[in-house]
Design a protein around this ligand. Structure first.
Ligand code: ZN
Length: 155
């Protein structure tokens, strides 16, 4: 496994639409492994364009084990939640984003098997955030209110 460089806001690759994976081969498996390695101590999710690969691949770990999804699609959503988000591609920026409270996402695992994930609360939010990356959307586009980091907050 290897760490990959995380692309940061301003890099135009983050604004492109990622392509569906048509064949799950060794390079996809390596990508999944590397994405997990790159994310694991830093965040709760990562999308392939964040490491410069325009493929519809995401990796998530909200503390319940790693979740790998290829070609993920939101097939249903309900409710609403507002919570603070950040992004490994936009260091130091945090803000409140409105998301569905529950989502059902369909995709493929690394064996090419169809998986259906039902996410609530944090998991729903992360699924939406990562799938947005595959469509060139960043969380800051959706922020209702930016939160100043502690160090910069005025007294
Ligand atoms: Zn992000």
């Amino acid at each position: 496994m290897a760490l990959r460089n995380i692309r940061e806001d301003g890099d135009e690759i983050l604004r492109k639409i990622s392509k569906p994976v048509t064949e799950i081969n060794e390079s996809i498996e390596i990508l999944l492994d590397d994405m997990y390695e790159t994310m694991k101590n830093e965040g709760v999710g990562l999308a392939a364009p964040q490491v410069g690969i325009l493929k519809r691949v995401i990796v998530i770990d909200v503390g319940e084990g790693v979740l790998e999804l290829i070609n993920p699609e939101i097939i249903s959503q309900e409710g609403e939640q507002i919570a603070v988000e950040g992004c490994l591609s936009i260091p130091g920026v945090f803000g409140e984003v409105r998301r569905p409270d529950k989502v059902t996402v369909e995709g493929l695992n690394r064996k090419g098997q169809k998986v259906i994930i039902e996410g609530e609360a944090l998991l729903a939010r992360v699924l939406c955030h990562e799938i947005d990356h595959l469509n060139g959307i960043l969380f800051k586009d959706k922020v209702i209110k930016f939160i100043e980091p502690e160090g910069k907050r005025r007294r």
